[in-house]
Design a protein around this ligand. Structure first.
Ligand code: HSE
Length: 400
């Protein structure tokens, strides 16, 4: 029997215990051995729950137990998750995690320690909730050179933007609902300011391109400035506003960005609504591929973590190979990135066209004092200069 321990009995940890119990026989058949959860570590008590009889408050119980071969870290945050993970790996135990913050910050180091001890540090649930995108990049699309990774990588913000656009809900109301459904981070600014999606695109892009992209280098904007006027313009243009995480690699260089973008139905991410996430990849042999599924929530995320538990159970003393390097990827400066823009200005259509040329303009009766316009593709630096020349530009959203 393979013994596991779960660190943190929150939304995801409780989901992992539920999945491993609910699908016990199927998992045993697939692994060729039973997988049992021997401990749940948490500071709190959980009377009347499946964790009650296996609960410990002392991590040493788990570290000192030679039977425990797999540690599931679903605590979130860096402290004490980093130390606990390191200790488990050093003790020759595999670790599976949903903790994108830890993977983005210390993943390279933790995977190195795992390799040195012939165990695994797996993190499928860190990106895209239940979508098996990391395994697809790492084990399936292995013959391709990747040219692009993009996606809707945060369920909370997609839920908020969809509720605002489809049901006219306020930002605050939609965020509260996302929190009640267990989608949001403990500190929801990680979601709404784009930090969570930033970590996820850094993790995925590093694996896809085989060089380390630090999340600190990814230009990141959240959705807190998106208002009903922006949504009205998007609708009038036949577009939707989505928080897009994207990286792209070409001969000109590599760039990575998280920002709200207006996208149209020509973009495969257009129909990805609510808590759903999708990841789009472009390979030089495969071409386009898209992966779609629940981006947050207890059981979808637990499904990905439990999948990693199975992988570890099948490779208890053998490290699964990753295209993993600490060599840093140089990114283009944000100013050099080329993209089209939607913008709103107090200036007239004539003033806009004088500077930007024959671009598409739009005027909405509800906002009689402003002009909306969509530019052609240009560098961020050129757009900023042109906006100065027009004057009165109060808002812009990239046209993805
Ligand atoms: N808060 C995250 C989200 C959870 O909304 O996507 C899943 O990583």
């Amino acid at each position: 029997m393979v013994q596991a321990a779960i660190l943190g009995y929150g939304t995801v940890g409780a989901g992992v215990l539920q999945v491993l119990n609910m699908n016990h026989e199927t998992i045993a058949r697939r692994v060729g051995d039973e997988v049992n959860v021997k401990y749940v570590l948490d500071l709190r008590e959980f009377p009347g729950t499946p964790a009650e009889k296996i609960l410990t408050h002392n991590y040493q119980d788990i570290l000192d137990d030679p039977e425990v071969g797999i540690v599931v870290e679903t605590m979130g945050g860096l402290k004490p998750a980093y130390e606990f993970t390191k200790q488990a790996l050093l003790a020759g135990k595999n670790v599976c995690t949903s903790n994108k913050e830890l993977v983005a910050e210390h993943g390279v180091e933790l995977r190195k320690i795992a390799r040195e001890h012939s165990v695994n540090y797996l993190f499928e649930a860190s990106c895209g909730g239940g979508i098996p995108i990391i395994r697809a990049i790492n084990e399936s699309m292995t013959a391709d050179e990747f040219e692009e990774v993009s996606g809707i990588l945060n369920g909370t913000t997609n839920y908020i933007l969809t509720s605002m656009a489809d049901e006219g809900k306020s930002f605050e109301e939609a965020l509260k609902e996302a929190q009640a459904k267990g989608y949001a981070e403990l500190h929801p600014e990680a979601d709404v300011e784009g930090y969570d999606a930033c970590r996820k695109i850094a993790i995925l892009s590093s694996l896809a391109y085989g060089k380390h992209i630090s999340y600190k280098d990814v230009q990141t904007e959240g959705i807190t400035a998106v208002d009903q006027a922006d949504i009205a313009y998007a609708k009038a243009l036949g577009l939707k506003i989505k928080l897009i995480a994207k990286s792209s690699r070409s001969e000109k260089g590599t760039w990575a960005m998280v920002a709200p973008m207006m996208i149209g139905s020509e973009n495969q991410l257009y129909t990805v609504d609510g808590v759903m996430n999708a990841v789009f990849v472009k390979g030089n042999a495969l071409g386009d591929a898209m992966f779609y599924g629940s981006g947050a929530g207890s059981l979808p995320t637990a499904s990905a973590v439990a999948g990693d538990v199975l992988e570890c159970a099948k490779h208890l003393k053998e490290t699964i190979r990753f295209d993993d390097t600490s060599e840093a990827m140089e990114l283009l400066a944000p100013d050099e990135v080329t993209v089209a823009f939607f913008a709103r200005t107090d200036a007239s259509e004539e003033a806009v066209k004088k500077v930007f040329g024959e671009v598409q303009t739009i005027r909405l009766p509800e906002y009689p004092d402003e002009t909306g316009f969509v530019t052609s593709v240009m560098t961020e630096a050129a757009f900023a200069e042109a906006c100065k020349a027009v004057g009165g530009v109060k808002k812009f959203i990239r046209r993805g």
